[in-house]
Write a protein that binds this ligand. Structure first.
Ligand code: ZN
Length: 554
């Protein structure tokens, strides 16, 4: 333990010495400017007002749905009001249909009434009116188990999950990174190309069990569809105390007639998926578990469920909101520094930590720069992405259109083909013009540092930029990659795309994709700190003499 501490100190000293030797002071803004950014960001912040409008007033922002379009329009108008230029919506797609919940009710009605905490899944079709029916627990673990339920499910409300054990919360929901956690991140070794897929790390036995589970799960929805179940109910996959994790509806996937053929996967938002989905909802675990226990005690349950939803098919396209602070240096104004976060959310909450937080912080960062009248040399462009939850779709489409894409390299289906050609980079018009992209999408936690994505050349620059924020908790650089969000769209084609290290707070324990992802789970001081640091990073990137160093493409 002591040895590690000592090594960290030595490493820190070296890291502090390098920038002054290699880069001088030219990459950093003068102290007065950083102080002004801090003052505006910490003392006159509007980040919580922005977040409240986005979450409380506009509400959930499911990709393709009216809520998201409202958010597109409102963010565009707000950025324009703040003095940004060229605020507009950029279309990508076609994505599929929108979905809006019109009416919902679910309770146990026999042997007596039990109200339930429950949420419909996104893109769930409507029930045929209000359904009151027997409740059946479909307990299938192997193929043979299905036989027991043949002819038993027509018109029934079917529970498909097992009991999930709930433990007392001795540790607490919220956490921040400790000095020890951060020291470990800082000491990480550079990431290897490609990384490891979780499935490759499984033992043979684990893989077999996983495949069997997948097989049964795949068959289950086709079976429920064939048997004519009325409603499918599952257990929240995590959380307790009324927290429900709920995302998109499951589609009974069509099986190709010829097993050699590539299966076509239908996404819930595709029109063709509607006839292959049943009305679906998720129940809070304490309530779900009780229903299963009552059934196991021999009680005959009846439930009443009403799911009324509406699909929107008028416009299959989805939009990113884009706006700019134009550059002021005649030689550099065509170059771009980007920042952003994704605006789409799931439907159970109001997408506050995922990712109203990132949107509000990115908007606040450009508001700070604009309010101070700072004149960046390069153009600063803010992008509020959509379709992130369905696979970074909005940022990928944008990056492909503006910056380029990797072409070739196999079709991405099945195990990697060793004979497939190496993918090659095809550059777009703005590929050489982008300096860097900064993303925020790890919840409400304040910034503790930056993931370098294996780009060691930026370390001395970022180290310098973090120095004025050390007393606000941001001082760690890790060479590691982090995944799961929109900076990957840039990183994937060799452009400097970064996600900040953020304190986790309650992200995985309570808010991420749950009904509790709401304004009240947001930490105001963390949001102010994050906005201030993002403003400083973006501004200084726009002021550098050189473009941000890029890592070598492997
Ligand atoms: Zn998410």
């Amino acid at each position: 333990m002591m040895l590690r501490r000592k090594l960290t100190v030595v490493f820190l000293l070296c890291a502090l010495l390098v920038p002054t030797l290699a880069f001088g002071q030219s990459n950093s803004a003068p102290k007065e400017v950083i102080d002004k950014i801090k003052d505006e960001g910490m003392n006159r912040s509007q980040v919580m007002q922005t977040l409240s409008y986005l979450t409380d007033v506009i509400g959930a922002r499911l990709t393709g749905s009216p809520g998201l379009k409202n958010a597109n329009e409102w963010t565009k108008d707000t950025l324009t009001k703040w003095g940004l230029q060229n605020a507009h919506l950029e279309a990508w797609g076609p994505f599929g249909r929108g979905w809006t919940l019109k009416d919902f009710n679910a309770q146990v009605v026999s042997p007596y009434t039990i109200p339930l905490i429950a949420y419909p899944k996104a893109w769930s079709p409507s029930t045929k009116g209000v359904v009151t029916s027997d409740v059946v627990y479909l307990d299938v673990k192997t193929d043979a188990d299905f036989d027991k339920y043949k002819g038993q499910l027509k018109g029934k409300i079917v529970l498909i999950s097992d009991i999930r054990n709930i433990e007392a919360d001795f540790k607490g929901y919220g956490s921040r990174y400790t000095d020890e956690d951060l020291a470990k991140m800082e000491a990480a070794t550079p990431p290897t190309a490609g990384g490891q897929r979780p499935q490759q790390q499984m033992t043979d036995e684990q893989r077999q069990r996983f495949q069997q589970q997948q097989q049964v799960a795949g068959k289950r929805f086709q079976f429920l569809l064939d048997e004519g179940a009325a409603v499918v109910v599952d257990n929240s996959r995590g959380g307790s105390g009324g927290t429900v994790f709920v995302q998109g509806a499951t589609v009974a996937q069509p099986v190709p007639a010829n097993p050699q053929d590539r299966p076509t996967r239908l996404a819930a938002q595709q029109k063709e998926a509607e006839s292959r989905m049943l009305p679906q909802m998720t129940v809070a675990s304490e309530h779900y578990n009780r229903m299963i226990r009552m059934i196991q005690q021999g009680v005959k349950l009846k439930m009443t469920v009403n799911i009324q939803s509406e699909y929107q098919d008028a416009d299959p396209m989805v939009y990113n909101t884009i706006a700019e602070i134009p550059g002021s240096d005649p030689k550099l104004k065509d170059e771009i520094v980007m920042l952003g976060g994704h605006m789409d959310s799931w439907q159970g909450g109001t997408g506050a930590t995922d990712n109203g937080a990132g949107v509000s912080v990115a908007m606040e960062a450009v508001r700070i720069i604009q309010a101070l009248g700072l004149k960046p040399r390069r153009t600063i462009r803010v992008a509020l992405w959509t379709g992130e939850e369905q696979g970074l779709l909005g940022s990928r489409a944008y990056v492909k259109q503006h910056f380029g894409e990797m072409q070739g390299g196999g079709n991405g289906f099945g195990p990697p083909d060793p004979n497939a050609p190496k993918p090659t980079l095809v550059k777009g018009a703005e590929y050489e013009k982008l300096s860097a992209y900064y993303n925020l999408d790890n919840g409400t936690g304040k910034v503790r540092g930056v993931y370098l994505q294996g780009n060691n050349a930026v370390a001395p620059i970022f180290k310098e930029w973090l120095m004025p924020f050390g007393d606000m908790g941001a001082k760690t650089l890790t060479i590691s990659n982090t995944g799961g969000t929109d900076h990957l769209s840039y990183d994937g084609i060799g452009l400097p795309g970064f996600q900040f290290i953020q304190d986790t707070i309650e992200y995985d324990t309570r808010t991420h994709h749950s009904n509790q992802d709401v304004y009240d789970r947001i930490q105001a001081d963390d949001m102010k700190q994050a906005s201030t640091i993002m403003a400083a990073f973006v501004y200084q990137t726009a002021m550098m003499d050189q473009r941000m160093p890029r890592k070598e493409m492997k």
